[in-house]
Design a protein around this ligand. Structure first.
Ligand SMILES: [Zn+2]
Length: 448
């Protein structure tokens, strides 16, 4: 059996660019209709409850055209055969909550604020291209990137550059600026006389809310992201309190506008009043949801609201345990675990999201799988949260997050069985996006 070894991504990056230039890859990734057959001894197809064994995945251009038992027919004439040996093949993974314009800022080095106050947009954009490549290297072939944090419509441009084949990166669903209220997403701690840049488009009233949604949709937003809570702290009883931002009326105007465009609304909401307004206003996905009450979980089930918990990010950068902020750091993860377990038990639709960018892109994105399993998901449920479920959230069921005829040819492979240890998803050995190999074995792909 031939083992595959990973080539350095720098060289592969150039190879990918060469491919794009040669084939003139388009926004839908349409390449010349060459045929590739990927052979897999073990295939987790994103939908089936059990792995399938000894399968051939036939790809034409950027789509999967057939999946059949290995050896049941010969590869088509002229097809390129990629034998992935004993590796486990899965659909390209989906991270439903990323920030390519953030870099896991070290508080000691200026934290979040320095991004908005000191860094030129070109510098932030250059770094965002590295973030996008990091996602793809780690096997995340699709991301929903939930706001640029002061970098304007930069995500629209990065998506365009990826789709045009100029830089490597995942498929992107972008939200541009996001929307919050006055006092609901500002840099804090500056002299009140000074106007500082904002991390979000701040609005007041349903008219401004709808106008902001229209502007963002007009300029390329695939989703709208809103902040329903902003500051948070512990009260005198030690309970987590979050400042609510948009009113129900403001949110309803945004949701109504977005739904008219057949787009959806993602709501950042920690808990309490803001989370309740998010549900009452018709949000499509609750982001973070640190503390969700039983009644709110029931409402999510009733309304079909998604939950994108982003467990991982809250384990970074804890302050000392005897400080107010350190107590809050610990309280947040304790509540989050309870909410995740309750939501899972109740059958809330959960999609994989990490908030990477909130932590550094050099960290493994796939660590979220281990947290999901630690809090009660089976490894298969965890994998499906980043494949079929996330695809459903994005309205792309059948096209993303699945290895089946008609789907985009986005595949990854890992050495070993992720159903025994989801941790191996941190070490993706093979990545194909749109039928083009981005990261692969030395010597492969192999043409007989
Ligand atoms: Zn986020």
């Amino acid at each position: 059996m031939r083992r595959i070894t990973v080539m350095l991504t720098t060289a592969l990056c150039c190879a990918r660019l060469g491919f794009a230039q040669e084939t003139g890859a388009t926004p839908t990734g349409t390449a010349t209709a060459r045929t590739v057959v990927v052979q897999a001894q073990s295939l987790i197809d994103g939908v089936s409850t059990e792995p399938r064994h000894n399968q051939a995945i036939e790809i034409r251009g950027n789509r999967i055209v057939d999946v059949y038992p290995l050896g049941s027919r010969s590869p088509p004439d002229g097809a390129q055969v990629i034998d992935l040996g004993s590796y486990t093949v899965l659909p390209g993974l989906i991270d439903s909550h990323t920030h390519i314009f953030l870099q896991g800022e070290d508080p000691a080095a200026g934290g979040y604020d320095v991004q908005l106050l000191k860094f030129p947009l070109a510098f932030r954009t250059a770094r965002a291209t590295v973030s996008a490549r990091r996602a793809l290297e780690q096997g995340f072939t699709t991301i929903r990137d939930v706001e640029t944090e002061g970098a304007g419509f930069g995500d629209v441009g990065i998506k365009q550059a990826i789709n045009g084949g100029y830089i490597p990166g995942p498929r992107m669903f972008v939200v541009t600026l996001s929307i919050s209220s006055t006092g609901g997403y500002s840099l804090v701690g500056y002299a009140p006389e000074i106007t500082v840049p904002k991390g979000s488009q701040l609005i007041d009233g349903p008219v401004e809310a709808r106008k902001a949604a229209r502007e963002q949709l007009d300029k390329g937003a695939d989703w709208i992201k809103v902040y329903m809570t902003y500051r948070s702290w512990l009260d005198e009883q030690g309970a987590l309190v979050s400042q609510p931002t948009l009113t129900v009326e403001e949110l309803k105007a945004i949701v109504d506008e977005a739904h008219g465009w057949r787009r959806k609304v993602a709501c950042h909401a920690y808990n309490g009043i803001g989370l309740q307004r998010a549900l009452d206003g018709g949000c499509d996905s609750i982001e973070h949801g640190l503390e969700i009450s039983d009644a709110q979980i029931a409402q999510m089930i009733r309304q079909g609201t998604w939950y994108v918990p982003t467990l991982t990010v809250y384990y970074y950068d804890w302050d000392a345990p005897d400080t107010d902020s350190g107590k809050k750091d610990r309280k947040r993860v304790a509540l989050h675990e309870i909410s995740f377990k309750k939501a899972l038990r109740a059958g809330v639709k959960i999609a994989f999201g990490t908030d990477v960018g909130g932590f550094a892109w050099s960290e493994p994105i796939a660590q979220e799988f281990s947290r999901e399993v630690e809090f009660g998901m089976t490894p298969m449920q965890a994998i499906q949260s980043a494949t079929v479920r996330a695809a459903e959230l994005l309205g792309k069921r059948g096209e993303l997050g699945v290895v089946a005829p008609g789907a985009y040819a986005d595949l990854i492979a890992v050495a070993g069985d992720p159903l025994k240890d989801v941790g191996i998803l941190k070490d993706v050995q093979f990545v194909m996006k749109d039928g083009a190999v981005f990261k692969s074995a030395q010597g492969a792909p192999h043409t007989p």
